[in-house]
Design a protein around this ligand. Structure first.
Ligand code: DX5
Ligand code: ZN
Length: 218
């Protein structure tokens, strides 16, 4: 098993001390910074917009992994790319023409990801899996940090891993929601490559230590 990619979710950070929080991630063993964008329509919550992404980017030494939980993502791809996104994930449930959206993300020079909600079967990705760099498997219903991990996720990750191998594809499997030290290993065993962690990291007394322990999971 490869070392997991660890992506702390800035949604759970102290927004009053964003520079300090980003610098903590810079100094930690984290690989990416996960940035959650919510529009109050696709999900029942708002998070942050472009100025905050730009502010994170100014201080970040690690790639920004932008997760768009918004309707009509096509309208905003260029803006998020310009704001500093390294990868952009759109929701399969929010895209009418997913293949076209993926091509647009790639044409902008970003890595392209697709996120799927807990109720969405992985088979919906069958005809796009070879075109994408990342699948973000939601292990909670999107909209809020700090929710309980949905156990059915393991089965989905196994199915997805098989689909990726069968297609000779290279997409990474990212798990988003309720990740902690208990489910990290079984998730990696099931085929996950990337672990997003919000509250588990930022509510800890020593976030850098938590990141190091997630990174060392094997
Ligand atoms: C949920 C977001 C997640 C969230 C994860 O809608 O997409 O990225 O920040 O937070 P935790 O790890 O606290 O569940
Ligand atoms: Zn997310």
């Amino acid at each position: 098993m490869q070392t997991p990619v660890i992506a702390p979710s800035i949604l759970a950070a102290d927004f009053g001390n964003l520079e300090r929080e980003v610098k903590m991630i810079n100094d930690s063993q984290a690989d990416w910074i996960h940035v959650d964008i919510m529009d109050g329509v696709f999900v029942p919550n708002f998070s942050m917009g472009l100025p905050v992404v730009e502010a994170v980017k100014r201080h970040a030494k690690k790639p920004l992994d932008v997760h768009l939980m918004i309707v009509n993502p096509d309208h905003y791809l260029a803006a998020f790319c310009k704001a500093g996104a390294h990868s952009i994930s759109v929701h399969v449930e929010a895209c009418q023409h997913l293949h076209s959206t993926i091509q647009q993300i790639k044409a902008l020079g970003c890595k392209a990801g697709v996120a799927i909600n807990p109720h969405t079967p992985v088979i919906q990705l069958e005809n796009i899996i070879a075109d994408i760099d990342l699948v973000c498997v939601m292990s909670v219903n999107p909209g809020f940090g700090g929710q309980k991990f949905i156990e059915h996720t393991y089965r989905k990750v196994e199915k997805l891993k098989k689909m990726i191998l069968d297609a000779n594809a290279t997409a990474l499997i990212e798990i988003d929601g309720g990740v902690n030290q208990q489910n990290a290993k079984p998730l990696l065993d099931a085929g996950a490559d990337v672990l997003v962690a919000g509250n588990f990291v930022f509510s800890a007394a020593n976030p850098m230590d938590v990141i190091a322990r997630l990174k060392a999971t094997h």
